[in-house]
Design a protein around this ligand. Structure first.
Ligand code: HPA
Ligand code: ZN
Length: 336
């Protein structure tokens, strides 16, 4: 359609995509077979890729999704598994008109089952370099910590020699916080973020996806984040919303994710119009494209169908995404 083509051609930046969330049921099953990983036999959903995909249509919550997400990624074992996964995402992103991608990964979900951090990094960095070279997409890797795990475990990974090397060499340039949101508030991770900030890493955290706006204010105040992932509950705290708007803190909104995980009833309940009216900067993202039924362009199209943004409004959304990116000033100039 002409609208889809208009949206495809916009120079889009993606800031909220979990690479492990790009694992489709087909790839999951073929990797599990290759790597001799046994999938749960007591869950009918794992009978076939088709039945698994069907189960993805009826998530009831963030935690219901995360159960499948962590099982799925257990099929990833070798560096080339990680590389293929990320390369598959970058090809989709490029076809959708993404020019800059800041991507999340969840190292603790892999190290916990005996996969080396450097194996994950090797695969993902190869794919990033290939995306830069062959697709012209600039990339940035964000190391996410799992908030349902004890903060001391997160600190231990952070201090690991290989992890520190990836930060100091610039291979990983940011940290994030994800997984089950309630009851794991941001302030549990104050020390981790203080240490990451001291290394000059960029800081973001999932906040206000399922949990209330107080998680957003805590992430800003206690973690010093300069970005909020999801953040849709911000609209329930007008005073905080005005502060976020005036400080130009960007939210990375994931509309299809919010619907599929039942954070909102329908796409019309994603607070796109409220954020625009309040002058809050936000980008539109896919979160876990293989699980939520769409890559970034599907999210843009869904937002347009629900909110009919004007050309000027779309241009302002895309500009906010460029300005809120963590690429260098020179790259931003190119994109603007
Ligand atoms: N929220 C929290 N953790 C996640 C998500 C999400 O939307 N996707 C992958 N891990
Ligand atoms: Zn997410």
């Amino acid at each position: 359609s002409p609208v889809r083509e208009f949206l495809r051609c916009l120079p889009k930046c993606e800031h909220h995509i979990h690479l492990e969330g790009a694992l489709t049921p087909d790839v999951l099953f073929s990797l599990a077979a290759k790597n001799n990983i046994t999938l749960p036999q007591d869950d009918e959903a794992f009978k076939s890729p088709a039945s698994l995909l069907e189960r993805y249509q009826s998530f009831t919550s963030l935690d219901d999704f995360l159960h499948y997400y962590y099982i799925g990624m257990s099929a990833l074992v070798t560096a080339s598994d990680f590389e293929d996964l990320a390369w598959d995402y970058f090809q989709h992103a490029s076809a959708d008109g993404v020019v800059h991608a800041e991507v999340f990964f969840d190292p603790q979900a892999h190290t916990a089952r005996g996969i080396k951090y450097n194996t994950v990094i090797e695969g993902f960095t190869h794919a990033c370099k290939r995306a830069e070279k062959e697709l012209g997409i600039t990339t940035l890797l964000t190391c996410c910590f799992l908030r349902h795990l004890p903060p001391k475990d997160c600190l231990e990974l952070f201090e690991d020699e290989d992890v520190q090397k990836s930060y100091k060499s610039g291979v990983v340039q940011a940290i994030g916080l994800d997984s089950s949101e309630k009851p794991f508030p941001p302030e549990n991770f104050t020390e981790l973020y203080r240490k990451a900030n001291a290394l000059g890493l960029k800081l973001t955290a999932h906040a206000g996806e399922e949990a209330p706006a107080s998680y957003i204010s805590s992430a800003l105040r206690n973690l010093g984040v300069t970005r909020i992932d999801h953040g849709i509950q911000l609209v329930n705290d007008p005073e905080l919303m005005h502060k976020v708007a005036s400080e130009k803190t960007m939210l990375t909104v994931c509309p299809l994710s919010n619907v599929v995980l039942r954070c909102v009833d329908t796409i019309k309940d994603v607070p796109i119009r409220k954020l625009l009216d309040a002058g809050v900067q936000f980008s539109i993202n896919s979160d876990d494209p293989a699980y939520f039924g769409g890559y970034i362009l599907d999210n843009y199209v869904a937002v347009h169908e629900a909110f009919a943004l004007s050309v000027k409004e779309w241009e302002s959304v895309v500009r906010a995404g460029i300005e809120g990116s963590w690429c260098g000033a020179a790259r931003k100039e190119q994109l603007l």
